[in-house]
Design a protein around this ligand. Structure first.
Ligand SMILES: [Zn+2]
Length: 184
């Protein structure tokens, strides 16, 4: 795959770019899924779920999993929907491990506690983030205070294609049924 040294931009520049691309949507995740916030580099997509490369990242290779249904709390998310998202996060992490060979992957459901913001959303989603440095910590990965990496369209597309290429094989090797019944 294309070796990339993505470019670091400041948090302020990233926020300006995001607003220019998508304005201030009522829900950032719904707007992304509807392609109202610039290009979406989807690695896997069906009528319920979207797995994509976020375009403002702290670590190159980051994937994001979101249920397309607009749900903002665990009380309202359907268990089957959340299991499916979690399963896709597992596939995503395996895909990242296979392609990027990180030291580790973080898997985290984050999001905004302050209502809808420019760079984060209340809409439930999962981040799958590769770590390459032994001293990487959650504060390095989940804060934009040190800047955000961006890349050129061809670089995003090359990464997306590298992930898409291995996705079917990785997904076939860990079908959801391997998780077993819940609560039994
Ligand atoms: Zn939404």
């Amino acid at each position: 795959m294309l070796l990339v040294v993505p470019r670091l931009i400041s948090r302020a520049e990233a926020l300006t770019r995001i607003r220019e691309e998508g304005g201030r949507p009522e829900c950032l995740m719904c707007a992304i899924a509807a392609r109202r916030c610039g290009p979406v580099h989807a690695v896997h997509e069906d009528e319920r779920m979207l797995v994509m490369l976020p375009r403002y990242v702290r670590r190159w290779g980051h994937l994001l999993v979101m249920p397309k249904a607009h749900v903002v709390s665990y009380d309202e998310v359907e268990p089957a929907q959340w299991l499916e998202a979690s399963h896709l996060a597992l596939v995503a992490a395996r895909v990242i491990e296979r392609v990027q060979r990180p030291r580790r992957c973080y898997v985290a459901s984050t999001g905004s506690s302050a209502g809808e913001l420019t760079q984060t959303s209340r809409h439930l989603h999962l981040h799958v983030i590769p770590l390459y440095e032994p001293d990487d910590k959650p504060t390095d990965i989940f804060s934009w205070s040190e800047g955000v990496f961006v890349a050129e369209p061809a670089e995003w597309e090359a990464l997306r294609d590298a992930y898409r290429e291995v996705w079917p094989e990785v997904a076939a090797a860990c079908p959801p049924s391997m998780a077993g019944p819940v609560g039994s």
